[in-house]
Design a protein around this ligand. Structure first.
Ligand code: HEM
Length: 139
């Protein structure tokens, strides 16, 4: 209800242009991201069974996929829903998703400094909310 499921053209172009930074700094950002996540939700850390290097790659791949479909996220909805079902099965609760989003935004903010403007934050926040809604089957 009232969930934003579409990104404006301006948000799409912000996402595409800032994604370059995310890719160039993928290691730093994803390491910081998981550190932020585990600080906020220590109970989920033991749920990660893979090597964290591998995990960071898999997470980054979903970000890449989302950006590549940013003008029509419905194209990847099925895949995200399947990913979400896997999450539910290992005990990931819906209320964790906004915590993960904020852990990501903070990692980007730390890396980008002043380049992480309010508009950039909003665009990435909306993207993560849409991905989360699709993973949780909230349609
Ligand atoms: C934007 C939302 C999210 C994305 C894109 C995402 C992405 C991924 C991906 C790609 C994997 C690997 C799946 C596989 O092995 O096939 C994964 C695993 C995992 N995710 Fe997420 N995730 C999200 C949200 C969350 C949240 C909110 C949590 C908990 C705070 C979480 C915790 C985990 C855990 C514990 C695993 C590893 C499970 C295992 O090792 O068996 N994820 N995630």
């Amino acid at each position: 209800m009232g969930k934003i499921m579409i990104l404006s053209k301006q948000e799409q172009s912000i996402l595409i242009s800032t994604y370059t930074t995310v890719m160039l700094h993928a290691n730093t950002i994803t390491e910081q991201f998981y550190q932020n996540l585990f600080e906020a939700l220590p109970e989920v850390e033991p749920l990660f069974t893979k090597d964290m290097r591998q995990q960071r790659k898999m997470f980054t791949e979903i970000v890449r996929l989302s950006i590549s479909s940013v003008d029509r996220l419905n194209r990847i909805e099925k895949q995200l829903r399947h990913l979400g079902e896997k999450h539910t099965a290992v005990g990931i609760k819906p209320e964790y998703y906004p915590v993960l989003r904020d852990a990501w935004l903070q990692a980007m903010a730390d890396d980008m400094g002043d380049a992480f403007t309010a508009d950039v934050r909003q665009a990435w926040s909306n993207l993560f909310d849409i991905i989360s809604s699709m993973m949780l089957g909230e349609r």
